[in-house]
Design a protein around this ligand. Sequence first.
Ligand code: ADP
Ligand code: MG
Length: 600
Amino acid sequence: MEEAKQLFKKLKIYSLLDLALIVPSSYNDTTLSTSLELGKVLTLEAKVVESSVYAGKLRVVFNLPKFNRRLSSTFFRVTPYHHKLFEVGSSLVIQGKLEEYKGYLQMSQPKSIKTVGKITPKYKTVLKESEISSLMEAYINEQNLYAEGLDSNEVSTLMRLHFPKTLNEVYEGNSLKSTIVDVLKFVEAFNHLKKLRGKREDFPAINALTGDIKPFIDALPFKLTKEQNEVIEQIKLDLATDEKASKRMVVGDVGSGKTMVILASVMMALPHKSILMAPTSLLALQLYEEACKHLPKSVSVALVMQGKNRGDYLEADFIIGTHALLFKDDLPQASLVMVDEQHRFGTKQRQALETLVSSGDKELKKPHFLQFSATPIPRTQAMMQSELVDVSLITTTPFDREVLTQTVGKTDFPDMLSHIKDEIAQNHQVLIVYPLVEQSSEIPYQSLEESRDYWEGKFENVSVTHGKDKNKEEVLFDFRENGDILLATTVIEVGISLPRLTLIVIVGAERLGLATLHQLRGRVGRNGLKSWCYLFSNSSKNFRLEQFCKTTNGFDIAKLDLKFRDSGDILDGTIQSGQKFKWLDMSEDDEVVAYAKGRI
Ligand code: ADP
Ligand code: MG
C-alpha cells in the first residue's frame, strides 16, 4: 500500500480513475502468429536446427514447423545462456520482427517467450514497466471501477482496454476504437468533475437579501435584455437566503451590460451594504458615475481610491473602489461583495477582499459574493467551473455592435491610412496597437517607438502609452477628451470606454491569441457607432484570423481559441492554459460534460 502511494505520487495521479485513464501505448501480444507477415512483430513456434558461432556472433537457424519454412537469426552478445537456449534440437517460441533477405526469412535477436497466448499492455510512464503493470493489476478491476460510479459498459470497456483478450477488441486499424474513445472522454470529464465537487465549501450568509429592485428597473432609460433579466433572477434566488452565502461568476462579453446586473444586486442588498472592487481607478470612477446616474437618489454611493475618495464610505450603502479597499481597516461590514473585471485581478486580491469584509464577530458567516468577468469561456468550461462557483453566462449584447474585421497587409496601407483620416475627420478616434515598445530583431514588425515619429508627423493629436507607464491613466483620460490617434502596445488595458473610438489597427495580429484580439477589438464601437478592426499581418493567408473576422461573439471565439490552442503562430502566451484533457474536446464535447455532470 505504502509502495503504491509512492508510485501514485511519482505518476502525479490522485485517483483510481486517473490510473485507469493511463492508456497503454501498445501491447505485447504473445498469441501465436497465424501467418508470416513481413515487417511485423510475430510470435512463432521454432525448432533449432543449426547453431554456430562465427566472428563472435551466434547464428541460429530455426525450422518453423507450422509453416514448413526456415528462419535464421543472429545474436551479437553471446552468453552461455544463449548457447543453452538455442541448443540444436530444442523447441521454443520466439518473438521478433520478421524480415526477408534474398528470399531467406530472418529475425534479428528474437526473444524467447515463456508464456504463450498472453496480451500484455505497455505503458509509457515515468515508472518501470513492472511497477506500472503491477499497479494496473492491483487496482484496475471490475469491483474498483464499479465503486467509482461507472456503469457496466464503462467498466467493461476500461477492462478491455487494459486487459484485452484480443487486440481486435481495442484497435480499429491503427487507432483506438471509437467506442473506447467515447468512454475515455466520459471518464475524463467524470473524473475531473468528481475532484471539483469535493472542493466546494459553503458558508452561511451574513444576511438574506431581499431588497426591491423595481425602483431602479423602472427608472432605467432602456429595457434590460432577456439574459440580463435571467441573471438578475438567478442572483435574486441566491441572495434571498442566509443559509448559504452565494458564490457566483457572471461571465459576459465586453458591452453585454454587466453593470446593470451589479446595480440590481445593490438594490437587492438594501438596506444592507454592498462593496464593489474594480481593477483600475478609471473603471472605478466610471462605475461610480454610472451608479450615481442609475440608482435611486436615496441610495448613497461612495468611491474609495488611493489618495482620493468621494462620499463617506463609512456611511454609504454602496462602496466602490480599487484595491485601495484592501488597505482600509475601517471598511464597514458588507452583506454583498462584488468584483468587476474579475479576470484582471489575481486570486489573492479577490480572496483578500472577500475575507477582509467577512472578518469580525460572525466568523463563519460570509457575505454573498459575486464576480463579473469579461473573458468568455466555452460552455464546457463553464459547466466544469460551476462545480466550484455558480456560473451565469450573458452571451448577447444589448445592441448589435457593428465591427467590420479585416486582415490587411503592407499593400493595403495607403487605403487604411485614408480610412484613418476619414474617421478622424468625422471626430472619431483611432487606436493602433503595436507588438512591442522598442525595436526587436525577433519580431518582423515596427515597434511603437519606431513608428511614433511617423504618426506624430502626419497627425496632430497623437497620444502614446506603453501600457505599463505610470501616467497611463492620464494619457488615456486626455486621449478620451482631446485625442485623434492612440498608439499603444498589446499590454494596454483600456478600462474606460472610449465612445468615439471607431477604428483599431492591430499590428502583427497573427502573433496574438484570439482572446487577446477579441479584448482589443472590444474597444471599438462601444456606443453602436459603425467600427472597423484591421488585423495587420505580414502573412497573407491565416485561417485562424479569417475565422476570427467572421464572428464578434466572445463565446464563439473562446471555442475557436480552444481549437487553435496548439497553433504555432501564437507567441504571446495569452491563451489561458486551462485544464488539458487528452480525450475530451472542450470546444465540442458539451454533451459529454453535461452527461458527466448528471452522473456524479
Ligand atoms: P459590460 O460591463 O458588460 O462590458 P456595460 O455594463 O458597461 O457592459 O454596458 C455597456 C453599455 O451598454 C453601457 O453604456 C450601458 O449603459 C448599456 N446598456 C446596458 N444594458 C443595456 C440594455 N439593456 N439596453 C441598452 N443599453 C444597455
Ligand atoms: Mg463592465
